[in-house]
Design a protein around this ligand. Structure first.
Ligand code: FES
Length: 111
């Protein structure tokens, strides 16, 4: 028989849920658990972190953030708001970027 209390079990489950964290430099602005299929910008709203957006279609680059760790899917053909150099510098567009697991982003574009 398991000796774990309900509290310990729920804590284990919570620790298994991927988390999206929004930072500005070393400052944590907010975090939220992963909602599969939702964009970084939508996760930002849920975390109470406003990421500026404009076109919401990957065209303008207004919503560009810097991926610190984790995986944020990119479309096979890069949208007008991104290019290979930006991607190499960890740029992602939060209006179309879908996080897949634990992800940390700096809400500013790469320098
Ligand atoms: S809001 Fe325009 S590229 Fe994301």
């Amino acid at each position: 028989m398991s000796a774990k209390s309900g509290y310990e079990k729920s804590k284990e489950i919570a620790e298994d849920v991927p988390v999206i964290r929004f930072l500005q430099g070393a400052k944590l602005l907010g975090q939220v658990r992963l909602h599969e299929g939702e964009t970084l910008a939508e996760h930002g709203e849920l975390a109470g972190v406003r990421i500026p957006t404009n076109c919401t279609s990957g065209t303008c680059g207004t919503c560009m953030v810097t991926l610190i760790q984790g995986i944020v899917e990119l479309p096979e053909i890069l949208p007008p708001g991104l290019d290979d150099d930006l991607v190499e510098n960890c740029a992602r567009l939060s209006c179309i970027g879908i996080p897949l697991d634990d992800v940390d982003v700096d809400i500013r574009p790469p320098l």
